[in-house]
Design a protein around this ligand. Structure first.
Ligand SMILES: [Ca+2]
Ligand SMILES: [Ca+2]
Length: 308
């Protein structure tokens, strides 16, 4: 009997130890689960607070926007910190910075990419339907009615432009021009990739338009050396809007925007023409009207990009 008692006792003690250990592990795990729940709830509250504050603030500032730029389901904020500082100390270069909801920096435009302009406002788009991440659209005023738009994405820790070519050589490779309402961003052929449509005005010939003395005087005062060019732009704009022209059509391919030309252009043009029969093809513009559109763009771009 004695011999039997020793293993029974050992077994009993082992059982008690195992039960105690299980209890400790269970308690520890429960505690961890509870702590994780508390942390998650706190993080969620923090995210919600950041989102609510940002949503309210971002409506009143044109140098920031809330979006999900890295596609992790949490909000980030992209800010142009140099924009409102420009009247004070001139920053070394102009940049955008992406911050997570804790206000920690997760990316910025690289130093070699000195942004040549400040935003009129910022927008966010899903350039591929149902994609996790948002693309940033930085809309720049480029004239009285004109805008230039640049799309940017977060690649690693860099905010980089998404351009009209695979490898951009100049800033215009990455800017979409528009002189009518808003740039159209829509998936017209329902393949889940967005098309971007530039719409400009057909400026009819301006030779017969004369500006009154008062207008000429104001233009000379405002534009100085560029007054003659400004006078030409004003004469064209005085004539009204002209017809809307589909200046360019691009389709996002996941990496960049492919220009649609020839039959592709015509196919998309016909789709839009069904909705608005006032639209004109770029090929229907006169040579002068095309040159006028280009020189008006250059004129305003030179002025807007001087960071005044
Ligand atoms: Ca995110
Ligand atoms: Ca599409």
């Amino acid at each position: 009997m004695k011999n039997l008692n020793i293993p029974s006792k050992t077994l009993a003690v082992s059982l008690i130890v195992v039960i105690c250990l299980a209890g400790v592990v269970f308690f520890y795990q429960q505690n961890r689960i509870l702590q994780k729940k508390i942390n998650d709830q706190e993080a969620e509250l923090e995210i919600q607070r950041a989102r609510e504050t940002w949503d309210i603030e971002d409506q009143s500032f044109n140098d920031r926007i809330t979006l999900d730029i890295n596609g992790d389901g949490l909000p980030e904020r992209v800010v142009n910190p140099t924009m409102n500082a420009r009247r004070g100390e001139e920053p070394a270069f102009n940049y955008l910075v992406a911050l997570n909801y804790k206000n920690e920096e997760i990316g910025r435009t690289p130093e070699w990419f000195d942004l040549p302009f400040y935003s009129k406002y910022m927008g966010s788009y899903k350039l591929k339907e149902f994609a996790d991440k948002d693309h940033l659209a930085m809309v720049v005023r480029a004239g009285v009615y004109q805008t230039e738009t640049m799309f940017l994405e977060l690649v690693g820790s860099e905010l980089l432009p998404v351009c009209k070519v695979e490898k951009q050589e100049e800033i215009n490779d990455c800017l979409f021009y528009n002189t009518r309402d808003f740039l159209v961003v829509d998936d017209l052929n329902h393949d889940s990739f967005m098309e971007v449509i530039e719409v400009v005005d057909e400026y009819p010939a301006a030779e017969t338009i004369k500006l009154d003395n008062e207008t000429q005087k104001t233009i000379r005062e405002v534009f100085g050396e560029k007054a003659d060019e400004a006078m030409m732009v004003a004469r064209h704009e005085y004539q009204g809007w002209g017809r809307p022209v589909i200046w360019g059509i691009y389709s996002f391919n996941g990496k960049y925007f492919e220009p649609l030309l020839g039959e592709d252009y015509d196919w998309y043009f016909d789709l839009m023409f069904e909705v608005n029969s006032n639209l004109m093809k770029r090929s229907e513009m006169t040579k002068e009207a095309i040159e006028q559109t280009q020189s008006t763009r250059d004129f305003w771009q030179d002025l807007s990009f001087e960071k005044l």
